[in-house]
Design a protein around this ligand. Structure first.
Ligand code: ZN
Length: 160
């Protein structure tokens, strides 16, 4: 069983991985009252409805500024459906997009950085397809772009 793991990588950087469910507790993330926390979500493989509830309660109870990084597609699916998911002061910094090749079934994923490789208000056309590194064919985005990218519209743009 792939349990939820919370691992501090540095003073203000934490990695959450595995399955987020009713057994996941996030108090330790915010008990230090840090001004900002960077959270790496690259290895979150699944989240169920109880896990969503635990997470949303935790992030709505803190004023800490959250930087959500390397978000797996499991997390991105939640951002667009549940705007509270990023918290009161949360920001999605980067997230993965999955691609699949029509011709050879090769799979690939790209990390998109918000404000760098993708702008919150830009057209998603450039991200719908890319060349297949295996056969040279065309890979297609393996998500519904209207849903998958929807959270970007709610994204607060960094004050410059
Ligand atoms: Zn291919």
């Amino acid at each position: 069983m792939n349990k939820c793991k919370i691992e501090w990588l540095s003073e203000s950087k934490v990695k959450i991985s595995g399955v987020i469910d009713e057994f996941s507790t996030f108090e330790s993330l915010f008990s230090k009252n840090l001004p900002e926390v960077w959270i790496d979500f690259s290895d979150v493989t699944r989240i169920n409805s109880s896990g969503i509830r635990e997470w949303v309660q935790a992030v709505l109870s803190t004023e800490t500024v959250l930087h959500l990084e390397n978000c797996s597609s499991v997390m991105v699916d939640q951002f667009s459906m549940i705007p509270e998911f990023v918290g009161k002061n949360g920001r999605v910094e980067s997230f993965y997009c999955h691609y699949i090749c029509d011709d050879c079934s090769h799979e690939d994923k790209d990390l998109l950085t918000v404000g760098k490789t993708i702008e919150p208000n830009q057209d998603f056309e450039p991200f719908l397809e890319k060349p297949c590194s295996n056969c040279g064919g065309t890979m297609e985005l393996d998500h519904n772009p209207d849903i998958y990218f929807a959270f970007l519209r709610f994204t607060k743009v960094k004050a410059s």
